[in-house]
Design a protein around this ligand. Structure first.
Ligand code: NAD
Length: 359
């Protein structure tokens, strides 16, 4: 029990979670358990072989595949997927892949109410959140609704061993960012904080092993467990400045999602540090580091991640647009951001300088 918490709200989300190597063999049983018989299997184009493998566990005529999922859930892709749902008379969706495949599955569920069974293959965490971001007419809009929360999540570590080391590291830091912001969320609670600290510690210990030995099932298992916990934090409490900045940078400059998170999280932790000392203590403890932001920065360095926004394609003059959009709407964060200090932080991040508390 967190003895600092005297009053809080904790609202767990309904989901059935199966965890373990080889668990994808349970997919057909889970479809039957939901009372369904005609799944549509969705993946990103690169993962179509997994769609074939899962489809082979059903009678050929009862399954169909849609392997066109794309980052940021473009609406025109959803329209084609809905057409595939209608043509195949699907009664449930099976998604295998990262946040992009799961995003498409959620977009289908939002329009059709079909139940979802999802098998995550990255550490992004979307599988356990009631959140969906969709891109229409060049604008990405995010909403929270239980309609998109997957009914069943199958964590099969064997599906993650092919995730390249650089993407594994970026995706793992993306998950850690959920835990960092959960620890200072205004609607946080002791249970979510326990998950955040445990999830962060699991990922921080496993990611260096994964970068050294990407085929290590043991390291992958620990990372996937951590990603589940961190994703649960994302689904349970409000995210702050870091998620707002990454949403803006991704949307404004088409930056890669996980890598943007990986670069920004140490900078935002330093920015928020003085306003959230208890969270910083827990982050430092989870990372076994002297302080939270250096620990996050050192972890990213140890994983050979790009450390500057410049390196992942943000234009140098993009800072003004980013500041304008980040300060446009109110959202919860332990420190109220202002244009001057945001500019200092974003300039440091663009240049790849170490994170600093900006005063
Ligand atoms: P992704 O799903 O786009 O995958 C990134 C790349 O990795 C793709 O090329 C994919 O084919 C490949 N890949 C995935 N798993 C692989 C594996 N096991 N082996 C080899 N290659 C693999 O990336 P992501 O970071 O998982 O997801 C990003 C998207 O998810 C964004 O659109 C983001 O907004 C969304 N997201 C949503 C939530 C939410 O709660 N709604 C949470 C996190 C992310």
């Amino acid at each position: 029990m967190d003895r600092r918490a005297d009053a809080f709200v904790y609202e767990p989300l309904p989901a059935r979670v199966l965890f373990g190597a080889g668990r994808r063999a349970d997919v057909a049983g889970e479809v039957a358990r939901l009372g369904c018989a005609r799944p549509l299997i969705v993946t990103s184009p690169e993962q179509h072989a997994w769609a074939d493998e899962i489809a082979a566990t059903f009678e050929a005529a009862s399954t169909s595949r849609f392997c066109e999922a794309a980052m940021h859930t473009p609406w025109h892709t959803t329209v084609r997927a809905l057409d595939a749902v209608a043509r195949s008379r699907a009664d449930c969706v099976i998604a295998i892949g990262g946040g992009s495949a799961i995003g498409l599955s959620k977009a289908i569920a939002l329009q059709t109410d079909l139940p979802q069974i999802v098998l995550p293959t990255t550490y992004a965490g979307s599988e356990v959140t009631p959140i969906i971001g969709e891109t229409r007419d060049g604008e990405k809009r995010t909403q929270r609704t239980l309609k998109v929360l997957p009914e069943v999540v199958i964590y099969d570590v064997e599906l993650t061993t092919t995730l390249p080391p650089a993407m594994s590291a970026a995706s793992g830091l993306n998950a850690i960012a959920h835990a960092v912001e959960a620890l200072y969320a205004t609607d946080g609670n002791p249970i979510t904080s326990l998950m955040a600290e445990e999830g962060m510690a699991s990922l921080a210990s496993a990611l260096p092993d994964i970068v050294r030995t990407p085929s290590s099932i043991e390291a992958r298992r620990i990372a996937q467990y951590g990603a589940w916990l961190c994703g649960t934090c994302l689904g349970a409490v409000s995210m702050g400045l870091h998620h707002k900045i990454c949403h803006v940078l991704g949307g404004s400059f088409d930056l890669p999602h996980a890598q943007t998170h990986a670069i920004m999280i140490a900078h935002v932790a330093a920015y928020n540090a003085d306003a959230a000392p208890a969270a910083m203590t827990r982050i430092a403890r989870a990372l076994n580091a002297q302080d939270a932001w250096s620990g996050l920065h050192e972890l990213a360095r140890a994983l050979n991640m790009p450390l500057s926004l410049k390196a992942i394609g943000m234009p140098e003059d993009g800072t003004d647009v980013a500041i304008e959009r980040v300060t446009q709407n109110a959202y919860s964060n332990p420190r109220t951001p202002d244009a001057r200090t945001l500019r200092i932080m974003l300039t440091r991040a663009w240049n790849g300088e170490p994170p600093a508390r900006v005063v």
